[in-house]
Design a protein around this ligand. Sequence first.
Ligand SMILES: [Zn+2]
Ligand SMILES: [Zn+2]
Length: 73
Amino acid sequence: MNENNCPICEDELSWKGEYHCDSCDESFKKVGFCPECEAELEKLQACGAANYFCNACNELKSKSKVRFEFQPS
Ligand SMILES: [Zn+2]
Ligand SMILES: [Zn+2]
């Protein structure tokens, strides 16, 4: 199942260095939010894997629990 869909028209987003909706001609960035405190998470790139860190909780969050949102960039 594709999880990268346009928040406006639900079309599949394409990846061009950032997420892009061809239908809306709009670019988006994927933002993660803490499942505990709803704070915006910091994306840490380590060894090819992305980790998400909450500055408010002061801990790493499991990617499976992170809530993702696409915001216009
Ligand atoms: Zn769209
Ligand atoms: Zn948090």
